[in-house]
Design a protein around this ligand. Structure first.
Ligand SMILES: [Cu+2]
Length: 201
């Protein structure tokens, strides 16, 4: 019993240090931008995308093929919303599993990718693969392609602000999005439960 408590507490500490970052998708005035468009996140951190009107999305690409979905990349699906006073209730959250691998992403709506609606998490510290270079390549892409995977793939599409606690009060359950995302969700819940259990001791 004692040992399992220690293990639970240790797991809790690991979960508690993970940071949650936020990126807004478009903005109040309809700008085709992600903000911040460059983000540094540690392994285990989560990134929650919050959507402004009218109907945007976030998909992962490679640096080499902008405006085109990466194999097994994440995909929020389209998140339509009309209220220009606030972000959509639906958010998309993904976990950074490898902080040394840059995560390039774009909006698949219309020609938004070509218009510069792209961003990067953990860009290379040096070398030619900069956000400016990615943006430039995006502007020249022939097509803007949406993934064919299920909306929410590679992350969690859910009501609320993307935290596990928030999801328990949200009206929508995480959408079906593959084993990995469900595992990530369960891990987050487990982390929170451990925290409560620990505080009750
Ligand atoms: Cu867009």
């Amino acid at each position: 019993m004692l040992f399992s408590s220690i293990f639970a507490a240790t797991a809790m500490v690991g979960a508690a240090v993970a940071e949650q970052h936020f990126i807004t998708v478009a903005n109040r005035t309809g700008g085709l931008v992600f903000a911040p468009e460059t983000l540094t996140a540690a392994e285990g951190d989560t990134v929650t995308f919050r959507f402004w009107p009218k109907n945007h999305s976030v998909a992962q690409s490679t640096f080499a093929q902008p405006c085109s979905p990466m194999n097994n990349g994440f995909w929020s699906g389209f998140v339509p919303t009309t209220d220009s006073q606030k972000v959509a209730d639906m958010t998309f959250t993904m976990e950074v599993k490898n902080a040394s691998a840059p995560i390039w992403y774009y909006c698949t709506q219309g020609q938004h990718c070509q218009a510069g609606m792209v961003g990067v998490i953990n860009p290379p510290r040096q070398g030619p693969n900069t956000l400016a270079a990615y943006k430039n390549a995006s502007s020249l892409a022939q097509r803007n392609v949406s993934p064919t995977s299920t909306a929410g793939a590679g992350g969690m599409l859910q009501m609320g602000n993307g935290t596990a606690a928030d999801n328990t009060t949200g009206s929508g359950a995480p959408s079906s999005s593959g084993a990995a995302s469900h595992l990530a969700g369960s891990a987050a819940f487990a982390g929170l439960s451990s925290l409560f259990a620990y505080l009750l001791i």
